[in-house]
Design a protein around this ligand. Structure first.
Ligand SMILES: [Zn+2]
Length: 1070
């Protein structure tokens, strides 16, 4: 072990305030070596089901102590958890336990309610005393091997498929007890309208899970899942806030079900800025920018009558566009790839509605025509789901500051462009059809400054909008931004030289970290021991404290390890300058990652925040130590590859983190196998991000250094949301049953996101639980409640509206092939982990076969030879073939295990646009770029060459081609490439003198160079990661990587596109 504090001159002064019994009175060596046991409460005690869900610091129950600021016991007694579960989830009648279904299909049960019963499906946790039979669960709870995407109940289809045929179980009628009373007495007359409509809670049942410590339904794999009654475990959870908008209430108590939708602010937080900016995201229809002042606070006016419902008025003119249905013979039509990036299909809605719809970059559905029934969906053999990019950076976003956030009393939907106004004072929810009152304040339109125009309010004019949340949306005062960096400083880590790059980048961007005057920062380093750094004000230099007891980690002088960034900037900068040199002589090869993470968690627990951990090898000592599982000789087969974690240590720790609003981002920089399948869990369940720099080395792999720098800069400076939760709602009748992404599912459908970042994507699967009879449209709404780095509580809401159709041909006409592919990829990752890779591959192929068979037998009126697909799905076989050849799912290659796992992480966590690019790269010819059709952005001319098919047939030896595969780019130079390109763009005299390892385009003063660089830079700027550009020739060792991406061509282990089509045709015609 290397203690370099002496050498580095770190001040060994005994911290005055620290009085841990184990602290030696004095250490001559100038360091504190806290070894041996100590009294700090046990860190590692995963004992109870609720433990990971417990969130002690939040407790604003009415009548109970409001906030705890300090650390609190982490493990409540299990019994308490259970009882809490029942009382607050409100899911089960007393005495009734969650029914355990016997199979692992996504079963949902519907709950219907007699007319007149109070609305009940506020999200669990809002305190209904009654019940829905649902141990909720997203599909990630299934034990490996028993996971079925498909298989109709009782039906014959047991082949691999992702579809979920089958119908929902019969509705169960449950008496409901009323909701809690709202914090203030209800206003206005009782709601008008029909009986409350209830959206049944989602069920995903499964066998009791003995392994998990989370309640009966904890997840084993896949994404997060909620424990059966987990939401319950935290009575006073964010669930209550997002779902109910009420301060969580400890015990259900009978009360009138009139939740007030007009949620007045009891008291306001000083952080809430006044003012209203009405701006819009680029390209988002219906978001006219205007600079308007939104008066803070409500205005009281007299309301004039409102016109007729603007939404239904437009409904009459739905007309079908049949282009998507045009039959295409795939075996004949070879030029099906569009020459520009494929756009999302436009939903077939009246233009007045469509222009208000959510931008497809933010919210997308696999089927833009929603099938009316599950039977129709089953027939189509296409997955129904949503793909979201909810926190995407938007250059313009309408932000509303108002004391009144108008939501449906019944289902808590935020008022949105697709509600209908029945008359001057009532609006009808587009998700549950409850009729709600228009609050007085909402009658005034701050945009037009006119009273009596609630339908013209920004909330009703923008499908994407952000609210400044009043205090009811807080369980505690908004947390400060807290950033903790955890660095591997073992010998191996120092060898890679990464610490230099990271510390330098951090130094350069210290002032750009999102935050405010409350921002805190801290550092931990570790090898076989854990080193803390005191940055206490008044110290002349940082002070290193070493804890060598990694079995029972505790935090020395916790008050000085996370310090205010602004007040201690010099000490912090000092540390960042010194750190890279501190361990250069270290011979310590061991890695105590697990204990270091435990320490980090302890340090962060009181506040929440972000942990960024940098790791360069397999953790070898202490909790979470791992053994290598990669067997090089087995790489080539799909069998026996280790896609599942080898320990649940990281997942459990992640759930602890999640409970304390801490997210962990993992940067893995390693040349050797590091078991990302296990390590990645720390980020996945805590809503973190994973970055992987394979074979990072500052000298041997310099191109990775630039990539790390660029991506780290983005990481450090991008927007961040803290203590976030997200809920996705959909119109009654539809039901969400599985979630994909990095998060933990709390209480059925509430995604817990300790951090949310603008680069994360999510997906959900849905089913049609009750027929959507008589509905012309359905809507989907995501609501993300978060604390901004400025300490504001905000809610970002996206709402999408889609038409309902009754025929199979209409379902196909509206299919969004990219969204379908993206969702299938997510499902295939789950399948690979829960079953096998070959099962997942089979299921992907079957998805194509099944849907094209159904199209052929049920939609095509004239049978013809060939392989017929509706135009909307013409790229489906190509995209699925591309998935099969993608690193996540390919066989017979040298894909290293960690690389494969990382690709799977990307599939799960990336927005659709990047997922598509890494699955089916874009190929451009670039040796003849022109300004024709070029974009003009900020005085730069960006050429827009056409996209080519991914086949060597499309390559000409006298050209140069750029392949953009998302996180990597290849510039292939043909042997006979024109001299002018080689000299004017590459800056070398001839083909022979192009260097073998060229990764940069020189900036030359030629038109060709300027065009090419403009194009490459433009491509790079549009994504949050930095693709390395490899310039390759025919004899380049990277040529095989380039050819591997030629999806349409045959490889040693995979079919060509044409062969694949023949295979599909054979199956379809069976
Ligand atoms: Zn509603």
């Amino acid at each position: 072990m290397m203690h370099s504090s002496d050498a580095q001159g770190y001040n060994p002064a005994v911290p005055g305030s620290y009085s841990h019994p184990k602290v030696p009175p004095h250490q001559p060596s100038g360091q504190y070596n806290y070894s041996g046991s100590q009294n700090v409460s046990q860190f590692n005690s995963y004992q109870g089901p609720g433990q990971t869900l417990n969130r002690p610091p939040v407790a604003p129950l009415s009548g109970s102590p409001v906030q705890q600021t300090g650390p609190v016991p982490q493990v409540p007694p299990p019994a308490l958890q259970n009882s809490a579960a029942i009382s607050s989830a409100g899911s089960f009648p007393p005495g009734a336990g969650p029914p355990m279904l016997s199979n692992w299909q996504y079963s949902q049960s519907a709950v219907s309610h007699p007319a007149g019963t109070p609305p009940s499906h506020l999200a669990p946790g809002t305190g209904t005393g009654s019940a829905q039979p649902s141990p909720s669960l997203s599909g990630n709870t299934n034990p490996p091997g028993s996971y079925q995407y498909a298989a109709s109940p009782g039906g014959p289809s047991l082949h691999n498929s992702f579809m979920k045929p089958g119908s929902a179980p019969p509705p169960v009628t449950q008496p409901l007890t009323p909701l809690h009373p709202p914090p203030r007495p209800p206003l206005g007359p009782p709601p008008v309208g029909g009986p409350p409509l209830i959206r049944p809670s989602t069920l995903t049942a499964g066998p009791p899970n003995t392994q998990s410590l989370l309640n009966s339904a904890a997840n084993q794999d896949g994404d997060a899942t909620s424990a059966a009654s987990d939401g319950s475990a935290v009575q006073n959870s964010y669930d209550a806030i997002e779902g109910g908008g009420l301060m969580a209430t400890p015990h259900p108590s009978p009360a009138p079900p009139n939740l007030k939708m007009n949620r007045n602010v009891g008291y306001s937080y000083p952080a809430l800025p006044p003012g209203y900016q009405n701006t819009s995201p680029p390209g988002a229809p219906g978001m006219q920018a205007s600079a308007l002042q939104y008066p803070d606070g409500s205005k009281h006016f007299h309301q004039p009558p409102l016109g007729t419902n603007h939404l239904t008025a437009s409904m009459g003119s739905l007309s079908l566009q049949q282009e998507g249905l045009r039959p295409v013979n795939l075996l004949q039509e070879r030029n099906i790839l569009p020459t520009t990036i494929l756009q999302a299909p436009v939903p077939n809605l009246h233009e007045d509605i469509q222009k208000l719809n959510c931008n497809p970059e933010l919210f997308r559905c696999t089927l833009t025509n929603i099938p009316q029934t599950q039977a129709l969906l089953n027939k189509a053999k296409l997955p129904l789901g949503l793909l979201l990019h909810p926190f995407k950076d938007l250059s313009q976003l309408p932000v509303v500051t108002s004391s009144t956030i108008v939501r449906c009393r019944s289902c808590r939907t935020y008022i949105n462009p697709f509600v209908s106004f029945l008359d001057q004072r009532r609006w009808k929810c587009n998700l549950c059809y409850r009729v709600n009152d228009v609050p007085e304040e909402f009658m005034y339109n701050p945009v037009t400054r006119v009273y009596g125009e609630p339908h013209k309010r920004p909330e009703v004019q923008n499908a994407t909008i952000e609210f400044m949340a009043p205090s009811e949306y807080m369980l505690r005062p908004p947390q400060p931004p807290v950033y903790l960096f955890v660095f591997d400083v073992s010998h191996n880590a120092i060898e890679t030289g990464y610490l230099n790059t990271v510390c330098k980048t951090l130094l350069d961007n210290l002032d750009l970290l999102p935050g405010n005057t409350r921002t805190k920062i801290g550092f931990i380093t570790f090898d076989s021991t854990i080193h803390f750094y005191s940055l206490q004000e008044g110290l002349s230099q940082p002070q290193m404290l070493i804890v060598s007891d990694i079995e029972d980690v505790f935090i020395p002088m916790p008050e000085n390890l996370l310090v205010n960034l602004n007040e201690n900037k010099e000490l912090i900068q000092d540390l960042l300058r010194t750190l890279p040199q501190m361990f250069t002589k270290s011979l310590e090869t061991q890695s105590a990652l697990g204990p270091a993470l435990q320490a980090a968690f302890k340090l962060m627990s009181p506040t929440g925040g972000r942990i960024s951990v940098f790791q360069t090898q397999l953790p070898s000592v202490g909790m979470g130590a791992l053994k290598s599982r990669e067997e090089p000789n087995q790489r080539a087969t799909a069998k026996d590859i280790h896609l599942t974690p080898s320990t649940d240590f990281y997942k459990k720790l992640a759930l602890d983190c999640s409970g304390q609003q801490v997210a962990v981002d993992l940067f893995l920089l390693s040349g050797q196998y590091s078991d990302l399948a296990s390590l990645g869990c720390i980020s996945r369940y805590s809503a973190g991000s994973v970055y992987y720099y394979q074979s990072y080395h500052h000298k041997h792999n310099p191109v990775q250094v630039e990539k790390l720098q660029k991506e780290l800069k983005r990481y450090l400076t991008r927007k961040i949301g803290f203590e976030a939760v997200m809920r996705i709602r959909c119109t009654k009748g539809l039901s969400i049953h599985t979630f994909h992404g990095n998060f933990f599912v709390r209480s059925t459908d509430l995604l817990s996101l300790p951090n949310v970042n603008p680069d994360a994507g999510y997906a959900v699967q849905m089913s049609v639980e009750e027929s959507l009879t008589d509905m012309q449209v359905v809507s989907f709404q995501s609501a993300l409640l978060y604390t901004s780095s400025k300490g504001e509580r905000r809610i970002r809401v996206h709402t999408m509206c889609l038409p309902v159709v009754t025929t199979l041909s209409d379902v196909y006409a509206g299919a969004d092939v990219q969204a379908i592919t993206g969702l299938l990829a997510n499902m295939a990752v789950d399948r690979s982990v829960s079953a096998t890779l070959s099962d997942a591959r089979d299921a992907l192929v079957n998805a194509v076969i099944d849907s094209l068979s159904a199209y052929r037998s049920s939609v095509l009126s004239i049978q013809q030879p060939g392989l017929m697909a509706p135009s909307s799905l013409r790229l489906f076989p190509l995209y699925v073939l591309a998935l099969l050849k993608q690193k996540a799912f390919q066989t017979g290659t040298n894909a290293r295990l960690d690389e494969r796992i990382f690709t799977m992480c990307q599939v799960k966590n990336q927005p659709l646009v990047y997922l598509m690019l890494m699955t089916h790269p874009s190929l451009y010819r670039v040796d003849n770029l022109t300004d024709e059709g070029a974009l003009n952005i900020n005085d730069r001319t960006i050429p827009q060459p056409p996209i080519l098919q991914l086949s060597v047939e499309k390559l000409s030896r006298d050209g140069a081609y750029l392949m953009d595969a998302g996180s990597v780019m290849f510039l292939w130079i043909g042997k006979n490439c024109g001299q002018s390109f080689i000299s004017q763009v590459l800056g070398v005299p001839n083909y022979g003198s192009i260097p073998q390892n060229m990764t940069h385009l020189p900036e030359l003063e030629t038109a060709e160079s300027i065009r090419t660089i403009a194009f490459v830079s433009w491509l790079r700027e549009q994504r949050p990661f930095f693709p390395i550009l490899y310039i390759i020739k025919d004899d380049s060792p990277l040529k095989s990587s380039f050819l591997q991406n030629m999806i349409e061509d045959r490889t040693e282990s995979a079919l060509s596109y044409y062969e694949f089509l023949l295979h599909i045709q054979q199956q379809v015609n069976k």
